[in-house]
Write a protein that binds this ligand. Structure first.
Ligand code: CP
Length: 292
C-alpha cells in the first residue's frame, strides 16, 4: 500500500489483509517505526480520527510532528500542495490529511510522501470504513450474506459512500434509509423504510446528521427525525439478538439514536473507536512498508 486515498483503491484482498493485520496488532503483534516522522493535517474538525491516528502513530513508535492549521502558514495563504511539499522537504515520512474538498489528494499527486486520507468532504473516509469492517468482521467472521442497513444523511456522508462500496464488494446486502432530501442517486442502492428491514438486519449503521454541510436547517424536529429514520427503543427491541448497531460518531443523541441506546448491549459505537486505533496502525504500517 503506497497511499490510502479511497477505499476503492483497495482490492478485496487488501481490505482483508488490513483487517487481519489490525486484529493481529490488537492481539499484541506490533511493529516499531522509530525513524518515521508523521504529521496529521486536519483542515476540518475531528476528535476520533485525529486523536486515534496520533495514538496509532505513537504506539508504532513514530515521531509525531505537531501541526495545527490555525497556527500554521496556511493562515498566510500557503496552499495545500506547498504545505505538504514543505513537510516532505523537512523530512516527514507520512501525512494524514482531512480536508473539506472532495478528492483533495489529486492535487498532491506530484509528491513522493505517502498520503493517508482522514476524510475528504463528502467523498471518502477509508479508515472509518476499515474500522467499521473490522468491527463487523470481529462480530460475524464474514461479510458474505450479511444484511446491512445504513440510515440517515446519505447524500453528505463519506462514510456511507465508502461502506457501500466495500460491503457490497465483500458480499453484504446493503440498503439505505434516508429522507428524500438526502438520497444520493449516484449510489445504486435500494432505499427502504427502516421499519421494513429492522427485524432482519445484522448491522444497523446510523449516520450523523451533518448540519454543517446543509444549505438550510433541517425541517425535522429531533423527535420527528428519530421517529422516521432513527433508532428508538421499539426498533431496538425488534433487532435480531445478534444484530449490532454502528455509528461513526459524533452522535447527535436522541436524533439518530435514542440517548439511552448509545451504550446498549447491541451498540458497538465505542468498540468502533477502539478498533480505529488498530485499523490505523495497520494502515500506517502498510503504507510505510509500501514506501520503503
Ligand atoms: N468518525 C469521525 O470521523 O469522527 P471525527 O470527525 O471526530 O474524526
Amino acid at each position: 500500500m503506497r497511499h490510502l486515498h479511497s477505499i476503492t483503491d483497495l482490492s478485496n484482498e487488501a481490505i482483508m489483509t488490513t483487517i487481519e493485520r489490525a486484529i493481529d496488532i490488537k492481539n499484541g503483534n506490533v511493529a516499531n517505526f522509530p525513524e518515521i516522522y508523521a504529521a496529521n493535517l486536519f483542515f476540518e474538525n475531528s476528535t476520533r480520527t485525529k486523536c486515534s491516528f496520533e495514538v496509532a502513530e505513537r504506539k508504532l513508535g513514530m515521531q509525531v510532528i505537531p501541526f495545527e492549521t490555525s497556527t500554521s502558514s496556511v493562515t498566510k495563504g500557503e496552499s495545500l500542495y506547498d504545505t505538504c511539499k514543505t513537510l516532505e522537504s523537512i523530512g516527514c515520512n507520512v501525512l494524514v490529511i482531512r480536508h473539506p474538498e472532495n478528492d483533495y489528494y489529486k492535487q498532491l499527486d506530484g509528491l513522493n510522501i505517502p498520503i493517508v486520507n482522514g476524510g475528504d468532504g463528502s467523498g471518502q473516509h477509508p479508515t472509518q470504513c476499515l474500522l467499521d469492517l473490522m468491527t463487523i468482521y470481529e462480530e460475524f467472521g464474514k461479510f458474505d450474506g450479511l444484511k446491512v442497513v445504513i440510515c440517515g444523511d446519505i447524500l453528505n456522508s463519506r462514510v456511507a459512500r465508502s461502506n457501500y462500496d466495500a460491503l457490497t464488494r465483500l458480499g453484504a446486502e446493503v440498503k439505505f434509509v434516508a429522507p428524500d432530501a438526502w438520497i444520493d442517486k449516484s449510489i445504486p442502492a435500494d432505499y427502504v423504510n427502516i421499519d421494513d428491514v429492522i427485524e432482519e438486519v445484522d448491522v444497523c449503521m446510523l449516520l450523523r446528521v451533518q448540519h454543517e454541510r446543509h444549505d438550510k436547517a433541517s425541517s425535522f424536529t429531533k423527535e420527528e427525525y428519530n421517529n422516521r429514520f432513527g433508532l428508538n427503543q421499539a426498533r431496538y427491541d425488534k433487532l435480531k439478538d445478534n444484530a449490532i448497531i454502528l455509528h461513526p460518531a459524533p452522535v447527535n443523541r436522541d436524533v439518530e439514536i435514542a440517548s439511552e441506546l448509545v451504550e446498549a448491549p447491541k451498540a458497538r459505537i465505542f468498540k468502533q473507536m477502539e478498533n480505529g486505533v488498530y485499523t490505523r496502525m495497520s494502515v500506517l504500517s502498510q503504507v510505510i512498508e509500501g514506501n520503503q
